[in-house]
Design a protein around this ligand. Structure first.
Ligand SMILES: Cc1ncc(COP(=O)(O)O)c(C=O)c1O
Length: 480
């Protein structure tokens, strides 16, 4: 089986389950990885669609010229389709785009005009105006205008949306993506909501773009617009393909968060992806963490990753560029398992049993200078509750008699149990807003401890363990 030309390899990109970065979330989180397209991005999907629409409308005749304003990826998608169909390409882009993207366009035989980023969209020097003017001046040329061209959205209605529905057997419940022209988010949303109106669609915007504010206020606020570094997403205009009524919520992410998450995805998940993927992931994690209590194990969340890390080797994956822009990760990239390893002498969990008295529990805490204790049922080795200094104080002030009560009457909710692979960022979120400790789930290989429930294979991490661990790692994430 073979394809007639490279266009046949566009689409049918894989869905990949995310691991460590989403550990602790109740739902399934999948990435739609678009760098598997032949031009390396989601934009390959719209190349042939927009060209064929122009052909049908009579705007493009054999041997004609395609003009487009592009941050790079649409250009690659169009250039590939233009080669297959015999057209010439001229692209305008901005001076903020990576050199790699411009080099790719030139490698694919396109002419590239680089325009200034920080000028008004209506300014004759802007890459929008330059593309329009070129298309008017050149014979048999068409400006495809991915911002307002409905073929852009339609490509996603007919390809990306159905792929997601089929790949998840109709189980997708949430779709989260960044938006530039809006073609991806609008097209996918249109298709998915047609299948199931309850699918939730969340947009992620870089700080400095107008979309986030426009979504929440309905007003185009020029003051909300300022330059940012994350490429391909967000706008200083309202593109017609951006259909806000197909989006249920919008979150906002800073350049720093986007760049750092991009690197984390490469290091922790083995996904060597572009900046807007890091931005979408950071937004997805923010959104899911604030709704941790509403999400269930039946939820299937898909985050779309538009392009490849190869396009950002001179930027996000270059330490000097990252340092120069103050984007380097201050928090080390370590997991719960690393924290336990750094503590070296594994500390067995001191726990009490539900039938112990509160007095005995207080004795344990004072003898061993502990601020909290998990309560573990010895018959099942399950964590059934917790005792904290604050809770004991509250009970003793109420009545000293509580000391003779069994622990199961006095205990509070169990400490959360987290996996060893959980990322430190998520762990600190637990320790910030939950009780003073978390339990780390037992290693799978470890058998029952045999000496009652007190250890039961769990480890415990307290706030002070986290502080010690953080103070011992260097900025590259390596334990000292
Ligand atoms: C890297 C990158 N991510 C995301 C997008 C956004 O996709 P859309 O224009 O379909 O909203 C683009 C669009 O150019 C892009 O280049």
């Amino acid at each position: 089986m073979w394809h007639e030309n490279v266009l046949g390899t566009v689409g049918d990109t894989p869905l990949v389950r995310l691991g460590p970065l989403t550990a602790g979330l109740p739902c399934t989180v999948l990435a739609k990885v678009e760098f598997f397209n032949p031009g390396g991005s989601v934009k390959d999907r719209i190349g042939a669609y927009m060209i064929e629409r122009a052909e049908r409308a009579g705007d493009l005749e054999p041997g004609g010229t395609i003009v487009e304003g592009t941050s790079g990826n649409t250009g690659a998608g169009l250039a590939i389709a233009a080669i297959a169909k015999g057209y010439r390409c001229i692209f305008t882009t901005t001076d903020k785009q990576s050199q790699e993207k411009i080099d790719v366009l030139r490698a694919l035989g396109a002419e590239v005009r680089v325009c200034p980023t920080n000028v008004d969209p209506d300014d004759p020097r802007s890459y929008y105006s330059t593309a329009r003017r070129l298309a008017e001046e050149l014979p048999n040329a068409v400006y495809l205008n991915q911002y307002d061209n409905p073929a852009n959205t339609q490509a996603h209605v007919e390809t990306t949306g159905p792929e997601l529905w089929e790949q998840t057997d109709g189980k997708i419940t949430h779709f989260i993506a960044g938006a530039g022209t809006g073609g991806t988010i609008s097209g996918v949303s249109k298709y998915l909501k047609d299948q199931d109106e309850d699918v939730t669609v969340v947009g992620v915007d870089p700080k400095g773009s107008v979309y986030y504010d426009y979504f929440h206020t309905g007003e185009f606020d020029e003051d909300a617009i300022y330059p940012y570094f994350t490429e391909g997403v967000g706008e200083d205009i309202l593109a017609e393909n951006m259909e806000f009524d197909l989006v249920d919520d919008y979150v906002q992410i800073s350049d720093t968060e986007a760049m750092q998450m991009t690197r984390r995805l490469a290091r922790r998940e083995g996904l060597f992806i572009g900046q807007s993927c890091g931005m979408a992931m950071a937004g997805a994690l923010d959104w899911m963490q604030t709704r941790r209590d509403e999400l269930t194990e039946d939820d299937v969340v898909v985050v779309l990753f538009p392009d490849s890390g190869f396009r950002y080797l001179s930027k996000t994956y270059n330490d000097e560029w990252m340092r120069a822009h103050d984007f380097l990760e201050p928090t080390p990239q370590v997991s719960v398992g690393d924290v336990l390893q750094m503590r070296r002498e594994g500390r067995p969990v001191v726990a009490v049993e539900p039938e112990d008295t509160l007095g005995e529990a207080i004795g344990q805490m004072t003898d061993q200078s502990l601020s909290q204790l998990p309560v573990i049922d010895p018959s099942t080795a399950e964590v059934v509750g917790s005792l904290t200094e604050a809770r004991i104080l509250h009970l003793l002030i109420e009545s000293p008699e509580h000391k003779s009560e069994p622990v199961h009457e006095a205990m509070g909710e169990p400490f959360p149990t987290v996996p060893r692979s959980m990322d430190l960022g998520l762990l600190s979120a637990y320790l910030e807003d939950e009780s003073g400790a978390v339990l780390v789930e037992p290693k799978r290989a470890a058998g029952p401890s045999g000496d009652g429930g007190a250890q039961a294979g769990y480890d415990i991490i307290t706030k002070s363990d986290l502080i010690t661990a953080l103070s011992r790692v260097d900025a590259g994430g390596n334990g000292r």
